[in-house]
Design a protein around this ligand. Structure first.
Ligand SMILES: [Fe+2]
Length: 179
């Protein structure tokens, strides 16, 4: 008996490619810079609004006041991309270890399936970014780096919201923590 092993990763469950999502966020970021969308800033709760949604993709506009961040998370079965409209964001992402890169205005990042990252505004000024997910987000998992330096999933949630805030579950047993 043999096991059929496919050398290439399975395609994402969407007709849109990562390149298409990058184009989508870049084009929407240009619209935002032209003043087509109103931006709000909220130092208490990170502000976001869905600019577009259909069966294939969601597009979100997000503002980040200084020090606002997410937690380490993935995007479940969705591909994603972001373009920075203004300011500078820092992305920490997992590639066998945590790496960090600055995302400047006009730049951005693409999130293939399995991409685990955290986004934070380490700058002194607010930042604004456009994010797209395809298929539209339905779930995310959260992670932490354990004492051995390994990535460990802590829990998963059903959500349509982009780039979730940090969630503190210290001391709270979760299903994902079960053996
Ligand atoms: Fe994300």
């Amino acid at each position: 008996m043999t096991t059929d092993v496919h050398p290439a990763p399975a395609p994402a469950p969407t007709p849109l490619s990562l390149d298409r999502l990058v184009e989508l966020t870049a084009a929407t970021a240009r619209d935002v810079r032209r003043g087509l969308h109103r931006i709000h800033y909220d130092a208490e709760n990170r502000w976001s609004v869905r600019l577009h949604g259909d069966a294939y993709a969601d597009v979100w506009l997000i503002s980040w006041t200084p020090s606002q961040s997410t937690a380490l998370h993935d995007h479940a079965g969705s591909l994603g991309a972001l373009t920075v409209v203004s300011g500078t964001l820092t992305e920490r992402y997992w590639t066998g270890g945590l790496r960090e890169r600055a995302l400047e205005s006009g730049g951005g990042a693409a999130f293939p399936l399995g991409h685990v990252h955290d986004v934070v505004n380490l700058a002194a000024d607010p930042a604004v970014s456009v994010h797209a997910y395809s298929p539209p987000l339905t779930a995310m998992s959260y992670y932490r780096v354990d004492g051995t330096g390994a990535l460990r999933r802590t829990h998963s949630v059903l959500t349509h919201e982009p780039e979730p805030d940090a969630v503190v579950l210290d001391g709270v047993p979760t299903r994902a923590d079960a053996p």
